[in-house]
Design a protein around this ligand. Sequence first.
Ligand code: ADP
Ligand code: 5GP
Length: 200
Amino acid sequence: MPEKRGKLIVVSGPSGAGKSTVIQKLMERRSDLCFSVSATTRDPREGEVQGKDYFFVSHEAFDEMVERGELLEHATYVKNCYGTPRNYVEQRRAEGLHVLLDIEVQGAAQVRAKVSDAVTVFVIPPSLEVLRQRLHDRGTDSELVIQERLERARAEYVEAAFYDYIVVNDDADAAAKELDAIITSACCRFEDRKEYLKIH
Ligand code: ADP
Ligand code: 5GP
């Protein structure tokens, strides 16, 4: 059978829903998956590593990446810019690896418009109250930023209707299992398996 291009998996959901936590667990479960590290103008949080969590860049450097067409998508989120480096995604997919993006809803809409077979997943917490608590307990954002992120979450929920799947992150291991199953089922679609039907 011909070498398959990897899938593009888009994961979105409100900040604090647990996307990073669930993705981390998912990466431990699958070796055919890689994570696309985004560029951002936001400051690193404690413990975040340059090139692993994000490529932390200046606003000027980010604008240059946009002008050079190096980003597959980009968006502004709570006063900072975020974007997905195009080359990495293309190269890994060509190697047959699935590439996972953790991006917000405006970026996901851009990807959906450009990549027709992208698999899109919206991760939510069991409730907005749980979300508030998680953002608070994470301890990485000020009360003002938490308030902005909660406001943004309300607007983002409307966008969930455009996604293929919803994962409710109550128990993180169970959520990772669901995401794993979504990727597996995407690989079993007719389009991906039809060569096997050519028996003559
Ligand atoms: P996101 O990447 O969506 O912004 P994080 O993965 O940073 O969210 O999670 C936000 C906070 O919630 C973190 O402190 C994380 O440890 C915690 N968390 C994530 N998933 C769960 C869960 N299923 N149950 C309890 N706490 C969780
Ligand atoms: P955080 O600052 O909490 O790491 O991320 C804030 C939001 O930006 C999250 O919703 C996250 O999914 C989103 N995000 C991270 N990287 C990108 C990216 O490359 N593009 C877009 N559009 N959003 C991103």
